[in-house]
Design a protein around this ligand. Sequence first.
Ligand code: F6R
Length: 242
Amino acid sequence: MKIIEVKNYQEMSQTAAKYIINKVKNSPKLTLGLATGGTPTGVYQQLIEDYKQNHTSYAHVTSFNLDEYIGLAKDNPNSYYHYMVENLFKHINIAPEHTHIPSGMNLDLQAVCNEYESKILEQGGIDLQLLGIGSNGHIGFNEPGTSFQAKTHVVDLAPSTREANARYFNKIEEVPTQAITMGIQTIFKSKEILLLISGKEKQDAMAKLLNGDVTESFPASILKQHPNATVIADEKALLGVK
Ligand code: F6R
């Protein structure tokens, strides 16, 4: 696992965006794994800025998002579908039919999970997966204790995850209790992984990632065994390690 140290959130976002743009420009076909939450919004802003200025085309890009809340419709402002459209998709020329986010509104959630896995496989797997990290070490919504073998599945969100994400809702009771997430195995199969870590709230997670063992009780630790994983971390996140 390679670590790139950067000054702050802005520099983390610029570094990641530059890397992604380079991949987009130099790949005849590219499958991106995308994340939501506070961490990647700066990257998406940079991609949009670059699209406006340099017209980098996303016509050949397919995307798969990590996760979606169960019970939130696409037009719900807190759904990850809505987040992706507003924060990235509507601003660039990616074809809507090339973007994938698991549906948390289907009655047959197992079918949604199976279909999601099949679509990723049909696409030849994920070339570059962008990740954030939860303060409890979750990646996607794979909470501590999730098997490293898990494929796309339904999860119960940890209380700490619901509390952290309550900032986007009117009150914590509105935060869904479940989500669909790509599994750790699904994420691990990505050819390349870019994990972004910023801010003092992530100091403990950063320290555990670097100093701790590879264990299912800290899901992100599996990335230490990935052949091509890079962490871009800022000074605040790294304070606990130094
Ligand atoms: C989002 C996701 C999560 C977040 C994590 C950190 O699609 O899968 O793992 O990356 O919860 O969230 P933020 O970036 O809001 O701190």
